[in-house]
Write a protein that binds this ligand. Structure first.
Ligand code: ADP
Length: 654
């Protein structure tokens, strides 16, 4: 304590933080060497490896003698992923851990200290652990009583580790060097660390004339590369528009009789009554603005779907607050009305539903793009007619046969999930946000080009609130220039984010559908999801784009009516240069009266190539239908050889 006090005075009056840091480590090591209690501290350290994780990322160096600090830190601080960060923590306010080298006091003494003015924060970490284990202190209150989120997380890990399936289970889960102040009370409780997820980038993607590098957080190999290829094929860019914007919340209420429920139903349909509810609703926030009220009725139960603008927030909290006020206003007219649940599942949040698909929820976005035929063959390695047919058979017929609602797409959820995780959105809302219909048509005078649209009616996104305020997530939003609130035009950032997201989905759809149309899917899956790490750097030359008998599988057509295989694809080039991205071309039909160049060509008049099936014959000669393995997760992993080449994936493409 004396050393510590002297050092603090020295620090405040004479030294920089860095000097203090060095002194602290040095002096403490010396102190440890001299301390008679060192042996007991050391004995304590032989406990479960979970307990090896020190409360403080830097304090690990305090508890062993005779070893270099860097080595020590490396061994002990298994929660930390980067070495250079080790020195940072000391400068955090309150980061100095209470000396844990002394044997803990008795439980009674610890309780007394906790209840005294000094409080739990003056106890050593071992003593705090003792208090939690003996149920004198709730584990979830550690942040509050210790007044230091990082220390609280470290202590909680020590409490939790012995109760996990494996004592060392937490060792590789990092926890240091994280700003928990933004987490506490907002994003997560009972925190024991954080989950790093790799973030890849796809782009540049031209959306409404602006280029974006899109962050995608995923552990699914090939997803980023495939999306990147889609971006590269979108040489004319994407036009993306919001057609509707309204977050919803639908409480369930009950009336004494169905007759009275009907009365309320009719009352709410009157414009002047809606205005009363809206007044109550809008009074709760500067940003929440009630737009509509859809009411569902089931006997004496009513479900009121409040639809509101929520500025740049995704809006669940905001709409819930407004809904509460709206119901209060309604209750004044119908006091017998009983509120059963603030959410009656007519909203619908985080569950599959037809209502979100039909009515929309959050942002409803429509995007379109025209891909020149040459790009389809050169970059996407397929043909326009094959793509159109694949789109009809898969996204329309297949999904319809499966009874899918909102699933008329190839893998929208892949891109939605990856962008949600990168940009601090609520991952559970991938359920509704992935509703998507992907359509393709032949385009141009001879049907030589491709017109593709993506319609996403229920993108539940925001750029303020929730996880968007966490620094890494905010950084990804920043990449897209949509971080935080748009002060001049509230709501603009969230809308812009939705437009970019839907455009990225379009890129992903284009790439995967091309893979399916070209019959590359299974081969790519085998090569990428089951590949051993290559001994040498792969090159595009070593990864042929046409299925080869020398590779893992060959793909055969199954339909007996198919007489000729699809036309040969263009040969792979080792350096598939990215076409320069011109300014966004207008993709609305030409206004000129000549040939209607950009109108779609009748599908029935165009030659349609047969789809290749997923029946695979292994080289061994054993025939085996592997289609069971090619579920959506698999199909989403496709990437063409050009994208496999890190050089092709490296940016920029312009
Ligand atoms: P959500 O409703 O998405 O769960 P919150 O309501 O928790 O998000 O967070 C939104 C908060 O951000 C509100 O307190 C709101 O007042 C504030 N805010 C600041 N600027 C904006 C903006 N431009 N749009 C929406 N909310 C904003």
């Amino acid at each position: 304590m004396v050393i510590l006090a002297a050092l603090i005075i020295k620090y405040v009056l004479f030294e920089s933080h860095g000097q203090l840091e060095e002194s602290l480590i040095h002096d403490s090591l010396n102190h440890q060497q001299d301390s008679p209690s060192n042996s007991s501290a050391k004995a304590g350290k032989s406990m479960a490896s979970g307990l090896r994780q020190r409360t403080r990322c830097h304090t690990v160096s305090f508890s062993r003698q005779g070893e270099e600090v860097a080595v020590e830190t490396d061994k002990e601080d298994r929660g930390s992923q980067t070495e250079e960060q080790v020195v940072e923590v000391v400068s955090e306010p309150g980061a100095l851990s209470v000396d844990d080298s002394q044997p803990p006091r008795t439980l009674e003494e610890c309780v007394a200290v906790m209840k005294s003015e000094a409080g739990a924060k003056s106890l050593s970490d071992s003593e705090v652990v003792l208090l939690v284990e003996k149920k004198q202190l709730p584990g979830y209150q550690l942040e509050k009583v210790l007044g230091d989120p990082l220390r609280a997380v470290g202590v909680r890990r020590r409490v939790v580790a012995p109760h996990t399936a494996h004592l060392s289970a937490l060792d590789a889960l990092p926890y240091c060097h994280y700003d928990y102040s933004k987490v506490v009370g907002v994003c997560c409780e009972n925190v024991v660390g954080y989950m790093p997820v790799p973030v890849g980038v796809a782009g540049p993607l031209l959306v409404n004339g602006k280029k974006y590098m899109v962050p995608l957080a995923t552990t699914e190999g090939c997803l980023v590369a495939s999306t990147n290829r889609g971006c590269r094929a979108l040489v004319n860019g994407v036009k993306s528009q919001i057609i509707r914007d309204g977050m919803t919340r639908a409480p369930s209420v009950r009336l004494p009789s169905a007759t009275q429920a009907t009365e309320v139903y009719m009352w709410l349909r009157k414009r002047e009554n809606f205005a009363i509810i809206k007044e109550g609703f809008d009074s709760t926030s500067r940003y929440a603005r009630l737009q509509d009220l859809h009411v569902g009725i089931a006997g004496r139960l009513l479900y009121m779907r409040f639809v509101a603008h929520t500025g740049d927030a995704m809006g669940m909290n905001m709409v819930s607050k407004g809904t509460e006020a709206g119901l209060k206003a309604l209750k004044k007219f119908f006091p017998e009305m009983e509120v059963l649940s603030m959410s009656g599942n007519y909203c619908v949040d985080k569950k599959p539903s037809a209502i979100n698909w039909i009515e929309g929820r959050g942002k409803s976005v429509v995007c379109e793009a025209v891909v020149p035929g040459k790009v389809v063959t050169d970059v996407l390695k397929t043909r326009v007619s094959a793509l159109v047919e694949a789109c009809i058979t898969k996204n329309l017929v297949g999904s319809s046969l499966a009874g899918s609602i909102g699933g008329n797409n190839a893998h929208a959820a892949n891109i939605v999930a990856a962008m949600f995780i990168a940009c601090g959105q609520d991952p559970a809302q991938v359920v509704g946000s992935s509703n998507c219909m992907t359509l393709m048509e032949q385009w141009g005078e001879y049907g030589e080009d491709l017109h593709i649209t993506v319609t996403m009616p229920s993108l539940e996104v925001g750029t303020v609130g929730g996880g968007t305020s966490l620094q890494p997530q905010a950084s990804c939003l920043s990449m897209l220039n949509v971080k935080g609130a748009n002060v001049e035009n509230p709501g603009e950032n969230a809308c812009q984010f939705a437009k970019i997201l839907a455009s990225t989905v379009l890129a992903g759809e284009l790439s995967l559908m091309s893979a399916l149309a070209a019959g590359h899917l299974v081969k790519s899956h085998m090569a990428h999801n089951r590949a051993k790490p290559p001994a040498t750097k792969p090159s595009s030359a070593s990864l042929p784009s046409i299925p080869s008998s020398e590779n893992i599988v060959t793909i055969k057509t199954t339909s007996p009516t198919i007489s000729a295989p699809p036309a040969p694809l263009p040969p792979t080039t080792t350096s598939l240069s990215c076409p320069a991205i011109p300014a966004l071309l207008p993709i609305a039909p030409n206004t000129s009266e000549d040939s209607g160049t950009r109108h779609p060509v009748s599908l029935t008049s165009s030659p349609v190539e047969p789809l290749q099936s997923l029946v695979i014959e292994e080289l061994s000669g054993k025939k085996k239908n592997k289609s069971a393995e090619t579920d959506e997760q698999v199909s989403s992993t496709y990437v063409v050889p050009a994208c496999q080449d890190p050089q092709n994936m490296s940016l920029p493409h312009s």
